[in-house]
Design a binder for this molecule. Structure first.
Ligand code: FES
Length: 100
C-alpha cells in the first residue's frame, strides 16, 4: 500500500520489542505473531472492528509516526493517507497512534 508511513514489503517485523504510543500511554509489541489489533486488545484498548481481515475499514486508526507492515498484502478497505488498519498489520518500528 502506498501510504506515507505504511509499508507493504516482505520484511518481517523485528524481534525486538517495539513501543506503541497512544496519547500518554505505551504498549509493548513483542509477540510478532499478533496483529497490531490483537496487541492493542490484549492491552485492554477498545478498537472497533468487524471483519478483522482488511475488508471493512471499521478498525482504522491514525498512524502519527512509525511504520507498519501489511503482512498479507494491501488491504481492500479504503484508508486515508495517515490511517492504518490494525487488524491486518504489524508494527515494524516504534509507532505513535491515535485511536478513533
Ligand atoms: S476490522 Fe475490517 S478492516 Fe479491520
Amino acid at each position: 500500500m502506498k501510504h506515507a508511513n505504511a509499508t507493504n514489503n516482505s520484511s518481517t517485523p523485528t524481534d525486538k520489542p517495539l513501543k506503541i504510543t497512544i496519547k500518554d500511554t505505551h504498549v509493548v509489541y513483542s509477540n510478532t505473531k499478533q496483529t497490531l489489533l490483537e496487541c492493542l486488545e490484549q492491552a485492554n484498548h477498545e478498537i472497533h472492528y468487524h471483519c478483522r481481515d482488511g475488508y471493512c475499514g471499521a478498525c482504522r486508526i491514525t498512524l502519527n509516526e512509525g511504520e507498519v507492515d501489511y503482512f498479507n498484502g494491501e488491504p481492500l478497505a479504503y484508508v486515508a493517507k495517515n490511517e492504518i488498519l490494525p487488524c491486518c498489520c504489524k508494527p515494524i518500528s516504534d509507532i505513535d497512534i491515535t485511536l478513533l
